[in-house]
Write a protein that binds this ligand. Sequence first.
Ligand code: ADE
Length: 268
Amino acid sequence: MRIDVVSIFPEYLAALDLSLIGKARREKLLDLNVHDLRDYTHDRHRTVDDTPYGGGAGMVMKPEPWGAALARIATESPVSNALGDKPILIVPSPAGAVFDQEMAYELAGAQHLAFACGRYEGIDERVLEFASEAFDVRPVSIGDYVLNGGEVAVLAMVEAIGRLIPGVIGNPESLVEESHSDGLLEYPVYTKPGTWEGREVPEVLLSGNHGKIARFRRNKQLERTATRRPDLIVQLDASTLNRHDRDTLWHNGFAIVEGRIVPKDELG
Ligand code: ADE
């Protein structure tokens, strides 16, 4: 996969040289290019912002450097526009669609992703219109809070997407059992020593009984999700739940009524 990131703080993206993503780059599974937006300016001060039309607080990113940077990336794209296919341009923004594991999986299947890191009050809106000629443009948020710029959001998204590219994670089995892969949070994990600070590892995990261990873990997933993320529980497909799952959910505050999962406290 090819990834291009445009930012006025390219040093921010240095973290992508580390750990699994850094290794994936060295192994050429990921061709990641970071561009300094100021390299696409032509004035002495390398200006990237100006005051907003219509007034208001703060500064807005000027369109010209963005246009030049994105046109260059589109030209170098391995995705053929001629075949009706476009690279994806992700514009991190608190006003975007919320990034989640499903979106990470979808984006991990793309051949070319570009990220446009805005700063200040944002990028001149015409840049997004212009870019949509060459890119599939997607404003994306990493959550309902405001960052100072898109760089941290890009670090999070590239890590979440990059680890799903085949070959990046040594043991792909671990992707199956992690949080959000089946709509539930992951179960708690333990390692040696068996007793630590007076606390025991749950006995069932030492039993060697794989059926019991699987049931214990599934219960923990359901309990944890019910307590921490009840919004995920009501989105589950009730028809995928067996008798034990339904029982665990019942004991954690949820009932199944006419095939739908509902919090018991919402029942009349
Ligand atoms: N830029 C500023 N805040 C952001 C957020 N929550 N997600 C993505 N990009 C952002």
